[in-house]
Design a protein around this ligand. Structure first.
Ligand code: IPE
Ligand code: IPE
Ligand code: MG
Length: 244
């Protein structure tokens, strides 16, 4: 199928929400005898390409895993570099995001981030809050388990305040207390760099998500790989536990 045709997939059948575990920056750099930081820099370029393709396809929600609660275990140098890279790019790209009608959301604990980055993130979320185009969720200092614990605490507080009764607590209430409140659950989860694991990403939300793993390293990710993932997704029978 030509690229032009791919952009005319049946919109109804396309995923409404794609989530991506952007993995393999380090291996990409290693293959080129470059420092890991060069891999992260190239990873940002891949992210920009990906956002463009997702917008061209008209997919309403994209969630990308940028930094996990476990990534603090990395050497301080690498962590600092990643934080600076994110801050610098956010600063440079904010007007572009806004002009493209993108709404930025951060999934994760902002309090744990360096203050300069946190302020930049808050400004970007505030500036783009009213935008009606692509919803871009960036998971940053994010862990699926800590998100679930956070939701449990928020609901416990609502019970103590008398706003919710224990018997009222259901999956909908639980979902409404997650960072992804109000958004559809991911239809398709893509992981680059070949690992067959979830690494604490969106544990609640991916209960019925279709998973697609590619060996392509994140900095090499491009529209052709997205099309490959989507074409595979379109061939699957989503049964949700039923007989079809
Ligand atoms: C993904 O690439 C980026 C982050 C987790 C921040 P990695 O840095 O994990 O790359 P590999 O897995 O070492 O190749
Ligand atoms: C997952 O990648 C986290 C992000 C992409 C931000 P990791 O490289 O941290 O995952 P593991 O360590 O291989 O499970
Ligand atoms: Mg990795």
């Amino acid at each position: 199928m030509s690229k032009q045709n791919r952009l005319h997939y049946d919109k109804e059948r396309l995923p409404k929400h794609i989530a991506i575990i952007m993995d393999g920056n380090g291996r990409w750099a290693k293959k080129r005898h470059l420092p890991r930081q060069a891999g992260h820099r190239a990873g940002i370029t891949a992210l920009k390409r990906t956002i463009e393709t997702i917008m061209e396809l008209g997919i309403p929600v994209l969630t990308v895993y940028a930094f996990s609660t476990e990534n603090w275990k990395r050497p301080a140098d690498e962590v600092n570099h990643l934080m600076n890279l994110l801050r610098e790019n956010l600063h440079n790209e904010l007007s572009d995001l806004h002009e493209n009608n993108i709404k930025l959301n951060i999934l994760g604990d902002l309090k744990g981030l360096p203050s300069g980055l946190r302020e930049e993130l808050l400004e970007a979320c505030e500036t783009t809050a009213g935008n009606t185009g692509l919803v871009l969720n960036v998971a940053l200092n994010y862990g699926g388990r800590s998100e679930i614990v956070r939701a449990a605490k928020a609901i416990a507080r609502q019970v103590m305040d008398g706003d919710v009764s224990i018997d009222e607590i259901d999956e909908a209430i639980f979902g409404a207390n997650l960072y992804t409140k109000g958004l559809p659950e991911p239809d398709l989860l893509i992981r680059t760099a070949g690992e067959m694991r979830i690494s604490n990403f969106l544990l609640w939300q991916i209960a019925y998500t279709e998973i697609w793993v590619t060996d392509v390293l994140w900095p090499d990710f491009n529209s052709e790989v997205i099309f490959e993932a989507i074409e595979d997704y379109l061939k699957r029978d989503r049964k949700f536990g039923a007989v079809i």
